[in-house]
Design a protein around this ligand. Structure first.
Ligand code: DLL
Length: 430
C-alpha cells in the first residue's frame, strides 16, 4: 500500500486507527495528557473520526517548556535512542526523544520527501545542515542514506571555499541547506570566480527558515538547479513533515504520520482549506514524544484542489511567518527575550538596546545597537568599550550560535526604552 495515493476515506481511516492508539499511549504514559483528559472530562474512546480531533485540547510550547527535560516522554529513557532539542520560550531548550521505530519512520519520511525532488540513487547530496542537537543535519543524513543517495556530511561550515571545493570535486548533485546558507555559497562563488557550470548541482533542498519565491528564483538561476522547500520542526520530529513535489504547488504533508489542522490563532477555531492561520500538528506514529494538536506557531493555509503529481496528501502553502514573536535568523530560532537574558548575564545594569535584523543581498544581518549610557560599564572608555563589544559578540555566538554586529550609539536606540532592558527587535526583512 502506498499511503501517498490513498483516497481520502482510506487515508482518514488509517489516520484514525493511528490516532486512537496514540491517544491511548498518551493517556497511559504521559501525566500531562492523562490529567488534562480527566480535567476536561474527555473520553478518548469517543474519538471515532479524525474530525473529532477538534474536540481535544491543544499542546503548546509552554507545555513543552514546563515538562523540561523529559516530562512528555511516553516511553522510558532506556527505549530512547536519540535526543534532539529546539529553541524554547525561555533559556531552556525543548528536548525531544526518539525510539528505534521513530528513527526508522523519520528516515522513511525524509527519504520520501527527498525523492519528491526527483533525487535517486545516482545522486550525491552535500548536507550543509548542522550536525548537532538541531534536527536538520541528522534528519537529512539518514533520510538521504535511506533513499540510497551518497551523502557528503559536511555540516554547515563557515569555510565556504572548502565547502565549494568539496561540492565541485566530489561532484555533489544535490545541496541541502538553509536558503540563507545557499545565498552565502552563491556570494562565495562570485568571490572565488566559480561558475555554476563548474559544479554538478541539479537539485537544492531548502528549509528551516522562511524564504520567498523571489529567493527561490535567484537560487535556481545562480546555481542552475531546481529548488524545493522542506518543512519541519524538532518538537514534532524534525525536517520531513511536509515537502514540495516537482509540481511546486505547495508542500505535501506526510499525512500518514501527522494530522494537520489550521486554526485561527486568536480563537482556536479550525479554519477551512484556503484560510490562513496557525498550523497545528498531531503526531500519529511517534512513540518517544507524541504530541496532540501541537500549536506550531507557523502561519500557513491548507490548499484546496488536487496536485497533478497524483499524491493525495494535503498540501500547505509555504510558511509565511510566525504567529509568536520568535525570530528566525539563518535557520536559528530565537526568542527576543534571550537577548535580554544574555545582556543581563554580562553584568552591570541592563543597557538600552535595539536589535535590527536586515536582509542585505538576500543574507540576514543582525546588528545590536546599544545606547552609551552610565548603565553600561566603562561607558566613557573607548578601549574598554571595544572589549565589551567583542564580549557581547562572543557571548551571543556561544549562546545562540549566530554572528552579530554590535554598534554603540549615542542616544537611546529604542522608542520604548525602560530600566527593565525590555526593548525592540526591528525585523526589516518583513
Ligand atoms: O528547522 C527542522 C528543519 C531542518 C526543517 C531542516 C527543514 C530543514 P527547528 O529548529 O525546530 O526545526 O525549527 C522549526 O523552523 O516551526 C518554522 O518556523 C521554521 N521552518 C522550518 N522549515 C521551514 C520552511 C527545523 N521550509 C521552525 N519554511 C518551524 C519556513 C520553516 N519556515
Amino acid at each position: 500500500m502506498n499511503p501517498e495515493k490513498l483516497n481520502r476515506t482510506d487515508l482518514e481511516q488509517l489516520q484514525l486507527e493511528r490516532l486512537q492508539s496514540s491517544l491511548f499511549r498518551l493517556d497511559r504514559n504521559v501525566a500531562l495528557y492523562h490529567d488534562r483528559f480527566r480535567k476536561l472530562k474527555i473520553d478518548i474512546e469517543k474519538i471515532r473520526s479524525v474530525k473529532d480531533l477538534a474536540n481535544l485540547p491543544f499542546t503548546t510550547k509552554s507545555d513543552l517548556d514546563a515538562a523540561y527535560p523529559y516530562g512528555l516522554f511516553a516511553v522510558p529513557l532506556r527505549d530512547i535512542v536519540r535526543l534532539h532539542t529546539s529553541s524554547g520560550t525561555t533559556g531552556r531548550p525543548i528536548v525531544t526523544g526518539y525510539t528505534k521505530n521513530d528513527l526508522n519512520h523519520w528516515a522513511d519520511l525524509m527519504a520520501r520527501n527527498i525523492k519528491y525532488s526527483g533525487a535517486h540513487e545516482e545522486d550525491t547530496l552535500l548536507n550543509a545542515f548542522h550536525y548537532s542537537l538541531f534536527t536538520g543535519g541528522l534528519g537529512f543524513h539518514y533520510g538521504a542514506e535511506k533513499a540510497g543517495l551518497s551523502v557528503l556530511p559536511t555540516s554547515e561550515s563557515g569555510e565556504l571555499r572548502k565547502q565549494l571545493a568539496v561540492m565541485r570535486d566530489y561532484k555533489a548533485t544535490i545541496l541541502a541547506s538553509t536558503p540563507d546558507y545557499a545565498m552565502k555559497l552563491i556570494q562565495a562563488m562570485k568571490d572565488e570566480k566559480i561558475h555554476a557550470e563548474q559544479l554538478h548541482l541539479r537539485i537544492g533542498l531548502f528549509g528551516a527558515e522562511p524564504w520567498s519565491e523571489e529567493m527561490r528564483k535567484l537560487i535556481e538561476s545562480e546555481l542552475r538547479i531546481k529548488a524545493f522547500d522542506i518543512y519541519g520542526l524538532s518538537e514534532v520530529m524534525g525536517p520531513g513533515i511536509a515537502a514540495e513535489c516537482d509540481q511546486h504547488c505547495g508542500l505535501h504533508i506526510n499525512e500518514d504520520a501527522f494530522i494537520a489542522e489550521v486554526i485561527d490563532p486568536a480563537t482556536g477555531k479550525v479554519l477551512p482549506h484556503g484560510e490562513e492561520g496557525e498550523l497545528v500538528l498531531t503526531t500519529i506514529l511517534k512513540e518517544g514524544v507524541s504530541l496532540l494538536r501541537y500549536r506550531t506557531g507557523d502561519r500557513t493555509k491548507l490548499l484546496p484542489g488536487t496536485c497533478a503529481c497524483g499524491r493525495t496528501f494535503a498540501r500547505m502553502a509555504r510558511i509565511s511567518e510566525r504567529t509568536d514573536n520568535i525570530v528566525i535568523i539563518r535557520g536559528v530560532k530565537i526568542y527576543p527575550a534571550r537577548f535580554k537574558e544574555i545582556l543581563s548575564e554580562m553584568g552591570g545594569t541592563l543597557p538600552d538596546w535595539k536589535l535590527v535584523i536586515e536582509n542585505v543581498n538576500n543574507i540576514d544581518e543582525v546588528t545590536l545597537n546599544v545606547a552609551i549610557s552610565d548603565k553600561i560599564p566603562y561607558f566613557d572608555e573607548v578601549r574598554k568599550l571595544e572589549r565589551l563589544k567583542d564580549d557581547i559578540i562572543r557571548h551571543v555566538k556561544k549562546e545562540l550560535s549566530i554572528s552579530i554586529k554590535v554598534h554603540f550609539v549615542e542616544s537611546a536606540p529604542c522608542d520604548n526604552t525602560s530600566d527593565s532592558g525590555e526593548c525592540t527587535v526591528v525585523d526589516l526583512r518583513k
